[in-house]
Design a protein around this ligand. Structure first.
Ligand SMILES: Cc1ncc(COP(=O)(O)O)c(C=O)c1O
Length: 370
């Protein structure tokens, strides 16, 4: 299998663990193991007593039950636990796709959405959204990209990198278009439950369509990327069982302590998500004011969900140099839009508690240093 380098990870590999001031993280504020264990009275004891053996390949029952409770129609048998969403993308694409299959991917996107289907030999068409029209979802463009035999459509809402959400009527139309062709709908929902206004939350793909796969993760909304735990949910149990067959060749099962901690987190997910939504809602107005003051240089379509947004940097063709200079001078790390094939943009992250301080450092550099 050949796969193109993951440009986001390559850029972060240079700076993420040396730059002291992250201003582009896609995950919300993390918690300590002790904080997590404090959410349930007996969990610390259970963790200490846990045997570090293999767990069930589809995922520990306790965890699958906690995941199934997120959705309206699923049971624990309609969930497979994966070692983070990244593994879920890999397993689903390699299970569902064969060389020559046609796939449509909503872009710009998290690199795996494009490269993993390609690595399975699929021919990938893009459903490209554009900054010029506020990242609107052009359904006619999707219809033009689709073919009668399209095998899979990959959508991502709330969306990395723009932080926008798909309107409900668009999602319904996407489902219809998939159903007309019997295509799979892969719904990357890793930022779900971090809508800035919870009333705007979309139904999960798995609750709308029998050939949908909903991809979830504890990495983003709940701020627990270190657990490396995610899941796939689908009403098609056969496909999930084939995904487990493939998982026997990747990780066999997830990490036992992570599964236990993840079950605790998901049973208390409203609490974790609400804390992080509070951080996001405190930080977002600070970004609004900065963008107002710096309107000649920076602009965006305001995100409505997630802890990320995509900012246009005016007057530069490729923001990579801008980001490199910023991190070298101040230790503040943005993510250049070139990793999304949108080189005049940068990704900003506002889900961390120290964001006000980091943002002030960025603005000082804009005013005097750049
Ligand atoms: C849209 C999207 N999907 C999947 C992932 C992978 O998440 P995980 O950390 O759970 O592997 C990310 C991480 O940035 C993402 O932004």
């Amino acid at each position: 299998m050949k796969i193109a380098p993951f440009r986001i990870e390559r850029y972060y590999a240079i700076h993420e663990f040396t730059a002291p001031y992250m201003l582009s993280s896609s995950d919300a504020e993390s918690v300590t193991v002790a904080d997590l264990l404090a959410l349930e009275p007996d969990s610390a004891e259970r963790l200490e007593a846990l045997h570090l053996g293999y767990t069930e390949s589809p995922g520990a029952l306790e965890l699958r039950e906690a995941i199934a409770a997120i959705y309206e129609t699923t049971t624990a048998d309609e969930v497979v636990v994966v070692s983070a969403a990244e593994e879920g993308i890999f397993l689903a694409c390699h299970e569902l796709l064969e060389p020559g299959d046609h796939v449509v991917v909503e872009t710009p996107c998290y690199e795996s959405a494009l490269q993993v289907p390609r690595s399975a030999g699929a021919e990938v068409s893009t459903w490209r959204r554009s900054a010029a029209d506020g990242w609107a979802h052009d359904v006619d463009a999707l219809e033009r990209a689709l073919r009668p035999d399209t095998k899979l459509v990959y959508v991502n809402s709330p969306h990395n990198p723009t932080g926008t959400s798909m309107p409900r009527e668009v999602l319904d139309r996407v489902v219809e278009l998939c159903a007309e062709r019997d295509a799979w709908l892969f719904c990357d929902e890793v930022y779900r439950e971090l809508e800035h206004d919870p009333a705007t939350r979309l139904p999960a793909g798995v609750d709308l369509y029998e050939r949908a796969l909903s991809l979830g993760s504890v990495s983003k909304t709940y701020g627990l990327p270190g657990l490396r735990l995610g899941w796939l949910a689908s009403r098609d149990r056969d496909v999930l069982s084939r995904i487990v067959d493939l998982k026997h060749y990747t990780t066999i099962c997830a990490s036992a302590p992570s599964e236990l901690l993840c079950a605790v987190a998901l049973r208390n997910r409203a609490n974790l998500a609400e804390r992080n939504r509070g951080i996001v809602l405190t930080n977002l107005p600070l970004l609004d004011s900065l963008l107002e003051r710096q309107a000649a240089r920076l602009s965006w379509t305001r995100p409505a969900a997630s802890p990320i947004g995509f900012v246009r940097v005016h007057g530069v063709e490729d923001s990579t140099g801008f980001c490199d200079e910023l991190v070298a001078a101040t230790g503040v790390l943005l993510l250049p839009g070139a990793v999304y094939d949108e080189p005049d943009h940068v990704r900003v992250g506002f889900g961390r508690a120290n964001m006000p301080d980091v943002l002030a450092r960025f603005e000082r550099w804009l005013e005097i240093g750049s």
